[in-house]
Design a binder for this molecule. Structure first.
Ligand code: ADP
Length: 526
């Protein structure tokens, strides 16, 4: 059944038409039959019945809901009123014709068999009473005419109802199809929404009543309105992502397609809206699963590298301890001091390596735990570089390279001296480790705003596919079998540099060497 609200405009139109036609008829009678019996009170009553129904439909809910019954009652009263005038005019021929016209016109409005049948019986009854009151009428064609009209109306109604039924069915079928699509569909015309299907209502939580008449783009998130307006000017647009607002204020990710078409013989816009939330959360889950798998891989790799790296100095230490033990047994006590000094140096080196490895692991755990802080003070970066370069040969990591320092005498800046020592040491150690014994250059340059540190080697270089990753945790561009390492040094370097508000990058070609560049702001940003 159609909602009362949907038929309301039709009933209002009918009330207006009935009132206006009656007024017209009033003036026509006045003009052509000036002496006819036509009391003003009854005329006013009929006109005001229809016009006041129309007016009340705007203010009273009760009238709005009973509009149909009130109008049908009005048609009955109108008929009675007409027969009253008919009687007053003594069956004049003009009034006979008028009666026929009135009944035919009213029959057209009655669209159910029950309403038409009861109205027909009512008219026949009234006509019989009139024929009884006015014997002349019985001699005329009045009664057969009325009967013919009533019969014809009742027979004609059947085909009219069939037509209305098939029309209603096709509208219902259309509405059903419109509502049964999984995608939300909205139709807008002249900037206002004129229709929306059930899927759209379910998606947004609005009722059809709330949506119809709304400004078309107001249902989109404000950031997406301009784009949608632009796109709606094109005939048919490929799907694009947007966001709609639900009634409860939720912002929903959707995919929109738009198309211009004819709606009620005027151009309108058909917009389909597909909910992307499921797809988006599936995508997010996939990304999270990949990230998890990656972190498990990195962790496993780290455990294998770490156990290998930590084991090397420990086995070297225990081997040395055994060697010393057996050496002491065969060496005369006079030579013990030399033996012990050499042994101590070796112990010292291996312990230092162990200490570095453990320190690196601690730094990483501080960084990931968020406990990594730097303390900025005035420092001289040239001095930092000079000291590290001088201490480096003691570390003895590989074939010795010549290190050339290209530094200003004094490079003052704000920073954490201990942490920046770590940066220089890590980068320089790498340059030696991966430098193939070729010369290394360390450069420091300063301008007003920043200090630039460059460490250049001519060693192995880095393959392009690794360039982006070597600053990540546990990432290595080289097999652990070739050169030992944790894959933590550059990660720590990056964290320290970024904590200073700076950047670190690398330019490298496989086989040609690498240049690592660190840029640090000279002063605290205000
Ligand atoms: P580690 O040296 O302990 O492996 P780093 O984080 O210091 O860890 O370096 C990560 C990776 O970057 C190294 O394994 C190496 O493959 C590459 N790398 C770093 N510095 C250089 C360099 N100067 N030349 C070539 N490769 C380098």
């Amino acid at each position: 059944m159609t909602e009362p609200s949907a038929e309301l405009p039709l009933y209002r139109k009918l009330s207006a038409i009935a009132g206006a036609v009656y007024l017209l008829w009033w003036f026509a009678v006045q003009a052509f039959l000036p002496h006819a019996f036509n009391p003003i009170a009854s005329r006013l009553a009929v006109v005001s019945y229809f016009l006041s129904t129309l007016a009340l439909s705007y203010v009273s809910e009760a009238v709005r809901l009973r509009m149909r019954e009130i109008l049908i009652a009005g048609l009955w009263i109108l008929t009675l009123h007409y027969y009253y005038l008919f009687h007053g005019n003594a069956g004049d021929l003009n009034w006979v014709v008028g009666a026929y016209i009135t009944i035919i016109a009213i029959n057209v409005f009655l669209l159910s068999e029950k309403a038409l049948l009861s109205y027909s019986l009512y008219v026949i009854g009234l006509s019989a009473v009139l024929a009884y009151l006015m014997p002349d009428l019985r001699e005329s064609v009045f009664l057969p005419g009325i009967l013919t009209i009533v019969l014809q109306a009742n027979l004609g109604l059947r085909s009219r109802l069939a037509l209305i039924k098939s029309l209603r069915e096709s509208t219902e079928q259309f509405q059903m199809l419109f509502n049964s699509t999984f995608e939300g569909v909205v139709v807008h015309q002249d900037g206002r929404i004129v229709n929306a299907n059930d899927a759209y209502l379910r998606l947004t939580g609005f009722s059809r009543k709330e949506l119809i008449g709304k400004e078309a783009f107001s249902v989109l998130h404000p950031e997406h309105r301009e784009t949608a307006k632009e796109r709606s000017k094109e005939g048919s647009v490929p799907p694009y992502e947007s966001r709609v607002l639900a009634k409860n204020g939720e912002v929903i990710d959707v995919e929109i397609r738009g198309k211009t078409f004819e709606y009620n013989r005027r151009p309108a816009r058909l917009v389909t809206v597909q909910d992307l939330r499921d797809r988006k959360s599936a995508e997010k889950e996939k990304v999270a699963a990949l990230a998890l798998a990656e972190s498990v891989r990195v962790r496993d790799e780290f455990i294998s590298i770490a156990s290998h790296e930590l084991k090397t100095p420990i086995s070297a230490l225990s081997l040395q301890a055994q060697l010393i033990d057996s050496d002491l047994k065969v060496t005369p006590p006079s030579e013990w001091p030399t033996l012990l000094r050499e042994a101590m140096e070796l112990f010292d080196r291996q312990l230092k390596r162990l200490d570095e490895l453990i320190e690196a692991m601690l730094d990483v755990s501080r960084i990931s735990g968020g406990f990594f802080a730097i303390e900025k003070r005035e420092l001289d970066l040239s001095k930092v570089v000079r000291e590290i370069a001088a201490s480096l040969p003691l570390i003895r990591l590989g074939p010795k390279s010549e290190i050339a320092l290209d530094l200003p005498a004094w490079a003052p800046m704000q920073g954490d001296a201990r942490r920046l020592e770590q940066v220089v040491e890590n980068l320089l150690t790498n340059a030696v480790k991966y430098g193939n014994g070729k010369p290394i250059v360390v450069r420091v340059r300063q301008d007003e705003r920043e200090t630039k540190l460059e460490i250049e080697d001519q060693g192995l270089g880095i393959a392009p596919e690794f360039l982006a990753r070597i600053f990540d945790r546990f990432e290595r561009a080289i097999s652990p079998r070739n050169i030992s390492g944790f894959g933590l040094g550059l990660y720590i370097v990056k964290q320290i540099v970024e904590a200073h508000g700076g950047t670190v990058g690398v330019a490298s070609r496989l086989g040609d060497g690498s240049v690592f560049t660190v840029r640090l702001p000279r002063h605290e940003k205000l």
